[in-house]
Design a protein around this ligand. Structure first.
Ligand code: AMP
Length: 116
Protein backbone atom coordinates (compact mmCIF):
# COMPACT_ATOMS: atom_id res chain seq x y z
CA UNK A 1 0.00 0.00 0.00
CA UNK A 2 1.49 3.33 -1.02
CA UNK A 3 1.29 6.03 1.60
CA UNK A 4 -0.07 8.38 -1.08
CA UNK A 5 -3.18 6.26 -1.43
CA UNK A 6 -3.48 5.24 2.21
CA UNK A 7 -6.70 6.58 3.72
CA UNK A 8 -5.22 7.13 7.18
CA UNK A 9 -2.07 8.80 5.78
CA UNK A 10 -4.43 11.17 3.96
CA UNK A 11 -6.21 11.82 7.26
CA UNK A 12 -2.82 12.50 8.88
CA UNK A 13 -1.92 14.99 6.16
CA UNK A 14 -5.27 16.77 6.65
CA UNK A 15 -6.37 15.98 3.11
CA UNK A 16 -9.32 14.00 4.52
CA UNK A 17 -11.07 15.54 7.54
CA UNK A 18 -11.26 13.76 10.88
CA UNK A 19 -12.35 14.53 14.41
CA UNK A 20 -9.15 14.57 16.46
CA UNK A 21 -9.23 13.42 20.04
CA UNK A 22 -5.48 13.26 20.68
CA UNK A 23 -2.18 13.93 18.91
CA UNK A 24 1.49 13.78 19.74
CA UNK A 25 4.78 13.32 17.88
CA UNK A 26 4.24 9.62 17.21
CA UNK A 27 0.50 9.08 17.12
CA UNK A 28 -2.86 10.51 16.15
CA UNK A 29 -6.30 9.51 17.46
CA UNK A 30 -9.65 10.37 15.91
CA UNK A 31 -13.28 9.28 15.99
CA UNK A 32 -14.26 6.31 13.85
CA UNK A 33 -16.64 7.43 11.10
CA UNK A 34 -18.86 4.36 11.63
CA UNK A 35 -18.80 3.90 15.42
CA UNK A 36 -19.48 0.42 16.75
CA UNK A 37 -19.95 1.70 20.31
CA UNK A 38 -20.87 5.07 21.85
CA UNK A 39 -17.14 5.81 22.02
CA UNK A 40 -15.09 4.49 19.11
CA UNK A 41 -11.64 5.97 18.58
CA UNK A 42 -8.89 4.92 16.20
CA UNK A 43 -5.33 5.36 17.47
CA UNK A 44 -2.78 5.30 14.67
CA UNK A 45 0.99 5.64 14.34
CA UNK A 46 2.06 8.63 12.23
CA UNK A 47 4.56 6.41 10.46
CA UNK A 48 2.82 4.09 8.03
CA UNK A 49 2.80 0.32 8.52
CA UNK A 50 0.28 -1.79 6.63
CA UNK A 51 -0.59 -4.00 9.57
CA UNK A 52 0.70 -5.81 12.62
CA UNK A 53 2.23 -8.31 10.18
CA UNK A 54 4.59 -5.58 8.98
CA UNK A 55 6.07 -4.42 12.24
CA UNK A 56 9.66 -5.08 13.25
CA UNK A 57 11.65 -4.76 16.43
CA UNK A 58 12.23 -1.11 15.53
CA UNK A 59 8.48 -0.51 15.88
CA UNK A 60 8.27 -1.80 19.46
CA UNK A 61 8.48 1.67 21.04
CA UNK A 62 5.67 3.03 18.88
CA UNK A 63 3.52 -0.06 19.49
CA UNK A 64 4.01 0.32 23.21
CA UNK A 65 3.16 3.99 22.87
CA UNK A 66 -0.13 3.22 21.08
CA UNK A 67 -1.11 0.80 23.84
CA UNK A 68 -0.23 3.32 26.54
CA UNK A 69 -2.38 5.92 24.80
CA UNK A 70 -5.49 3.73 25.12
CA UNK A 71 -5.97 4.27 28.89
CA UNK A 72 -4.91 7.89 28.55
CA UNK A 73 -7.55 8.58 25.87
CA UNK A 74 -10.14 6.44 27.68
CA UNK A 75 -9.51 8.57 30.74
CA UNK A 76 -9.73 11.77 28.71
CA UNK A 77 -13.11 10.63 27.33
CA UNK A 78 -14.38 9.53 30.74
CA UNK A 79 -14.66 5.82 30.04
CA UNK A 80 -11.54 4.40 31.69
CA UNK A 81 -13.23 3.37 34.90
CA UNK A 82 -16.28 1.70 33.32
CA UNK A 83 -14.00 -0.17 30.93
CA UNK A 84 -13.20 -0.36 27.28
CA UNK A 85 -11.86 -2.70 24.62
CA UNK A 86 -8.78 -2.32 22.43
CA UNK A 87 -8.63 -4.23 19.16
CA UNK A 88 -6.15 -4.50 16.30
CA UNK A 89 -7.68 -6.24 13.29
CA UNK A 90 -5.09 -7.84 11.03
CA UNK A 91 -5.63 -9.06 7.47
CA UNK A 92 -8.76 -10.30 5.78
CA UNK A 93 -9.86 -12.89 8.33
CA UNK A 94 -9.03 -10.44 11.10
CA UNK A 95 -11.49 -7.96 9.65
CA UNK A 96 -8.94 -5.31 8.68
CA UNK A 97 -10.38 -2.92 6.09
CA UNK A 98 -7.82 -0.08 6.17
CA UNK A 99 -4.19 -1.00 5.54
CA UNK A 100 -2.61 1.41 8.03
CA UNK A 101 -1.99 -0.14 11.42
CA UNK A 102 -4.57 1.09 13.92
CA UNK A 103 -5.78 0.37 17.41
CA UNK A 104 -9.54 0.53 17.97
CA UNK A 105 -10.70 1.86 21.34
CA UNK A 106 -14.33 0.94 22.01
CA UNK A 107 -16.31 1.98 25.05
CA UNK A 108 -19.57 3.33 26.36
CA UNK A 109 -21.56 0.10 26.54
CA UNK A 110 -21.08 -3.44 27.81
CA UNK A 111 -19.29 -5.18 24.93
CA UNK A 112 -20.05 -8.81 24.19
CA UNK A 113 -17.52 -11.59 23.73
CA UNK A 114 -16.53 -13.41 21.56
CA UNK A 115 -16.58 -11.09 18.54
CA UNK A 116 -18.46 -12.33 15.47
P1 AMP B 1 -10.53 -2.01 10.37
O1 AMP B 1 -11.79 -2.56 9.76
O2 AMP B 1 -10.08 -2.70 11.60
O3 AMP B 1 -9.43 -1.89 9.32
O4 AMP B 1 -10.89 -0.54 10.83
C1 AMP B 1 -10.96 0.53 9.95
C2 AMP B 1 -11.88 1.52 10.58
O5 AMP B 1 -11.73 2.75 9.90
C3 AMP B 1 -13.37 1.16 10.49
O6 AMP B 1 -13.90 1.04 11.80
C4 AMP B 1 -13.97 2.31 9.71
O7 AMP B 1 -15.26 2.68 10.16
C5 AMP B 1 -12.96 3.41 9.94
N1 AMP B 1 -12.92 4.44 8.92
C6 AMP B 1 -12.93 4.28 7.58
N2 AMP B 1 -12.85 5.48 6.97
C7 AMP B 1 -12.78 6.40 7.94
C8 AMP B 1 -12.70 7.84 7.96
N3 AMP B 1 -12.64 8.55 6.84
N4 AMP B 1 -12.69 8.47 9.16
C9 AMP B 1 -12.74 7.76 10.32
N5 AMP B 1 -12.80 6.41 10.36
C10 AMP B 1 -12.83 5.75 9.20
Amino acid sequence: MSEMSCLFCRILSGEIPSTKVYEDRLAYAFLDVAPQAPTHVLIIPKEHSDSLNDVTQADEPVLGHLLRLAPKIANQLGCAEAGYRTVINTGGDGGQSVDHLHLHLLAGRALSWPPG
